[in-house]
Design a protein around this ligand. Structure first.
Ligand code: ME8
Length: 542
């Protein structure tokens, strides 16, 4: 097993590919933002590393076929329209992907056919009569034990306990994949520390492959008569390839599979470093996908990062409840929403979205804590020369000793290491929390120094410069650290502080000016004029 171990150079990160059966919502955007923040952190800490960041759309299967019919469009036209919505959304939210794949593209179909043939060659696929409960919405068979009766519109129907979606009894001839053959391999793979993160999800998968767990073979094709909007099984026109097998292979299509030269050109990035998935598709990525890869003698991914879901005002987002949140034209703007999504959610439990929370967080943290401090340091009232003042090391030391300044400086010095650990564990909320805590200390420091009084006394100019310098250094470091979360806003702030692009890497956050021995900075002109980083939001009164 694993004979094709390849040398890794680029950092390869993926998002799931999104179903085009409906327009993108807040949850979809969140998945993409998690991946984007991870890859931005990678680039920040490792600026020379090439990153391949793939995303895209999942366009085959019955549910897409039905959605196209409902929209009165041909499947290809329908898919292109929704796929473009995703591209547009990601552009608006600065999701910096390097490749966008669609499962209807030729390069992908070629990869899937090749992958299928490999599975057949390795003797992991066989034909069988299959019967069971099928959920079109989940595009999956659901075991008898995971089905229950429910009253819907006055009628008793069978639904999947896990997803709540309706299931139908289906009997058909399918190709089956010998998943059962991989139990031990999966068990071993799942033993590795951190292969699935957070560990709660690793545990869930481990429970599925314990010795006494039943891991049935799975159906990997559908009769073409029933599902014709799909990739046909090679050499068998009567069968279509199961959409999940089709979809999972996208992660290989992106890096040129099966063309050796193309893979070489991509820098042989497999196994992927990080695959981001939502909790609802964990089994597909943590059981089926590694087993498929093992079957063709490829490595499973190095790590799956699994996130929980966003609920809205306490309920699951659903069309029937009419509470699906469209991320576009949010009241707090795209960066405000990006901030909330990455700042509030923890990976291991669901987060709840409400507009009130969104406005409160954006106002208190972006407008007040970060925004106001920036405007005050940079604004004409306290900084009429419009300068990031020079560091006068001796004065600074004298003024700082034993004071609030010293407290702030200690916190600023410790911040990068703390945040590095949180980002590395994908705990964005903790990293942001730590930054906000330091900014609170900075605000307090600024306030208690009464710079507006110093400003009136020419002999106090140096003292004022020290205060401005320490505060602006704090802002510089916080902005560098927050780049993966709010890239646009931090860029605006770093531009204002006149920090050049090549001085914005993680390394540049690690040493504040006052720690550089003998450093005397030249004062920097930061251009005068009102500086508003984030406009406070006033809620509409009905
Ligand atoms: O599952 N909160 O696509 P998808 C957070 N095509 N994340 C959410 C969410 C919510 N409320 N709702 C959905 C598919 N997501 C397949 C993937 S990959 C080979 C094939 C997340 O469009 C969900 O968890 O239904 C998943 O990670 C992503 O959106 C795509 O979901």
């Amino acid at each position: 097993l694993f004979s094709s171990v390849v040398q890794r150079t680029p950092f390869y990160i993926t998002t799931p590919i999104f179903y085009v059966n409906a327009a993108p919502h807040l949850g979809h955007l969140y998945t993409a933002l998690v991946a984007d923040a991870i890859q931005r952190f990678e680039k920040l800490t490792n600026p020379d590393c090439k990153v391949i960041f793939s995303t895209g759309t999942d366009e085959h299967g019955t549910k897409i076929q039905q959605a196209a019919a409902k929209a009165n469009l041909s499947p290809p036209d329908y898919c292109s329209a929704v796929s473009n919505e995703y591209r547009q959304l990601f552009k608006e939210f600065n999701v910096e992907y390097t490749d966008f794949i669609r499962t209807t593209e030729d390069r992908h179909k070629k990869a899937v056919r090749h992958f299928w043939n490999k599975l057949v060659e390795e003797d992991y696929v066989y034909k069988a009569q299959y019967s069971g409960w099928y959920s079109v919405n989940d595009e999956a068979f659901v075991p008898e034990t995971h089905v229950k009766d429910e009253l819907r519109d006055g009628e008793t129907v069978k639904v999947s306990i896990e997803s709540g979606h309706k299931v139908e009894w289906t009997e058909e001839t399918n190709y089956m994949f010998r998943l059962s053959a991989f139990k031990t391999h999966l068990k071993n793979w799942l033993k590795q520390d951190g292969v699935i993160t957070p560990s709660k999800f690793q545990k869930q998968l481990q429970d599925m492959v314990t010795d006494d767990a039943y891991l049935p073979d799975i159906s990997v094709s559908r009769p073409a008569a029933r599902v014709h909007w799909a990739i046909p099984v090679p050499n068998d026109e009567e069968q279509s390839i199961y959409v999940w097998l089709d979809a999972l292979v996208n992660y290989l299509s992106v890096v040129g599979y099966p063309d050796d030269e193309a893979m070489q050109q991509a820098g042989r990035p497999w196994p992927a470093d990080v695959q981001v998935v939502g909790k609802d598709i964990l089994k597909f990525h943590g059981i089926y996908w590694p087993a498929f890869l093992m079957a063709i003698k490829w490595h499973p991914p190095r790590r799956l990062v699994c996130h929980s879901h966003w609920t809205v005002d306490g309920s699951k987002m659903s069309k029937s409840l009419g509470n699906v949140v469209c991320p576009r034209s949010s009241i707090v703007g795209n960066e405000g929403l990006r901030y909330l999504l990455l700042r509030e959610a923890t990976m291991s439990s669901d987060a709840n979205y409400s507009e009130t929370k969104l406005i409160n967080v954006a106002n208190s943290e972006l407008a007040d804590t970060l925004g106001n401090l920036s405007s005050r340091c940079a604004g004409a009232a306290l900084n009429p020369r419009a300068e990031f003042p020079a560091l006068h090391a001796r004065e600074l030391a004298a003024q700082a000793a034993g004071s609030r300044a010293a407290l702030l400086m200690r916190h600023v010095e410790a911040l990068p290491e703390i945040c590095h650990a949180h980002y590395s564990n994908y705990q964005f909320y903790k990293a942001v929390d730590a930054v906000i805590k330091v900014l609170h200390i900075a605000n307090l420091f600024f306030e208690t120094q009464k710079p507006w009084e110093l400003r009136k006394l020419p002999e106090k100019q140096k003292e004022l410069d020290v205060i401005l310098h320490i505060t602006m250094e704090t802002l510089r470091i916080c902005a560098i650290i927050l780049q993966p979360i709010i890239p646009e806003m931090t860029c605006k702030l770093l531009d204002k502080l006149q920090i050049s692009r090549d001085c914005r890497t993680w390394q540049h956050s690690e040493t504040p000016s006052w720690r550089i021995k003998g450093a005397i900075y030249e004062p920097k002109n930061i251009q005068s004029g009102k500086f508003v980083l984030f406009q406070r939001i006033y809620e509409k009164k009905n």
